[in-house]
Design a binder for this molecule. Structure first.
Ligand SMILES: [Mn+2]
Length: 396
């Protein structure tokens, strides 16, 4: 058997901007390199947003549809959900949704839409069993849930390996020690994952890793494209992976921009230092992404430095990202909300969810904030009002 695995393609990331094509280029390369496999597994965050633009949706769908014209030896044996025959044409694609696509349970997310279009199988606490050349493979998919509820949701589902099959557990969460944001701590630990699986596949974290776990393998896929750029992911290439039932092969993605991260302490003459560094790096095609991180404290009564000139001067040579993390003296106690957003890059949605959680718990309200938050975001406030006032008892 040959199973292709990748994750976090983030289609739609910076769509319409200079880096807007990168996610599609990487996903197309990942897909082309997967076309000699029997199954393709995508571990979440295929899209960068919950409601992708029709342009983004169409381009992603077109890339996925390549699998339907390729050959596969995989035959569906059973599934605990309805699977359309169309999704089984060519190489079946099995996915879960990630943090970026997650919407309230009662809503349609973009993976549901792709499944309705017959392009893939979307697992949300579901298991699909395939036969590949007489060998059984069971894919158990745990789509992304809010970190706070991950452990209790997983315990409740309690997936069990299918006897006689090669069992793959695919999920998209922070798992101790693989943590995306310290502000959003995981409730699942690596050594507490359900036992008895041959392969554990984790998306979500954008750098990759492979280790032994529970007598099988653990694969952290990493992303196919950099979004918010972590130092760790810059140190390694981007990959897709191929699993033969026991071993994992790494296949490097070639069509990547080079990413350079340089850190500076805020001090006199900093602009000149940055200017000299940027002048010394030779230009490349495609343009490199250069991330300049500036740390330090700005003396009182000193105007914050302006890097517009530098950005303007090098905009044709690099994609330049200047992160100014300079604190002004006396302003250390910045608003917590602002600081959290800035330092941890929590989306406004995650931040909003946190506020709602806090308010509901102060009200001693038993409603799961995670379930109603997306309804609120979508403007479904009447239903929420009725729920909170007791006029309505269930979400349906
Ligand atoms: Mn992601």
């Amino acid at each position: 058997m040959k199973i292709a695995i990748f994750s976090d393609t983030h289609c739609g990331f910076k769509y319409g901007e200079e880096r807007g094509e990168d996610a599609f280029i990487a996903m197309e390369e990942a897909m082309n390199k997967s076309l000699d496999c029997d199954l393709i597994l995508i571990a979440g965050d295929m899209f960068d947003g919950k409601v992708p633009k029709p342009e983004v949706y169409a381009r992603t769908a077109k890339i996925l549809s390549k699998a339907q014209n390729a050959h596969s030896n995989a035959k569906l044996v059973s599934a605990d959900k309805e699977v359309s025959l169309t999704a089984l044409r060519g190489i079946p694609i099995v996915t879960i949704h990630g943090t970026h696509e997650r919407r309230a349970k009662t809503m349609i997310n973009p993976l549901h839409s792709l499944e309705s279009s017959g392009l893939l199988i979307h697992l949300d606490m579901n298991t699909a069993v395939f036969d590949i050349n007489g060998q059984k493979v069971a894919i158990h998919g745990f789509s992304g849930v809010s970190e706070k509820y991950a452990k209790e949701t997983l315990d409740k589902w309690d997936p069990k390996p299918v006897p006689g099959a090669n069992n793959i557990f695919m999920f998209h969460q922070s798992v101790d020690p693989y943590i995306y944001s310290p502000l959003d701590p995981p409730t699942i630990k690596l050594n507490e994952l359900p036992k008895g699986f041959n392969l554990y596949i984790l998306g979500h974290i954008h750098w990759s890793d492979i280790q032994d776990l529970n007598g099988g393998k653990f694969l952290l896929t990493g992303s196919t494209t950099p979004t918010s750029i972590h130092k760790k992911e810059v140190e390694q290439p981007k990959y897709i992976f191929k699993y033969d039932g026991s071993n994992i092969d790494k296949i490097k993605l070639e069509k990547q921009r080079k990413v350079i991260i340089e850190e500076f302490e805020f001090e006199a003459g900093i602009k000149e230092k940055i200017y000299n560094l940027l002048s010394a790096i030779p230009a490349e095609d495609p343009k490199q992404i250069v991330v300049i991180k500036i740390k330090g404290t700005l003396p009182k009564d000193c105007t914050p430095p302006n890097f517009r000139e530098i950005e303007e001067r090098f905009k044709d040579k690099f994609i330049l990202i200047i992160n100014k993390n300079i604190e002004e003296q006396g302003l250390e106690n910045q608003l917590e909300l602002f600081k959290n957003l800035k330092d941890n890059r929590l989306s406004p949605e995650e931040q909003g969810l946190r506020i709602l959680e806090k308010q509901l718990s102060e009200m001693k309200c038993g409603i799961n904030p995670n379930e109603i938050f997306d309804l609120l975001v979508e403007g479904n406030s009447d239903m929420i009002f009725n729920l909170l006032t007791g006029k309505q008892r269930t979400l349906a």
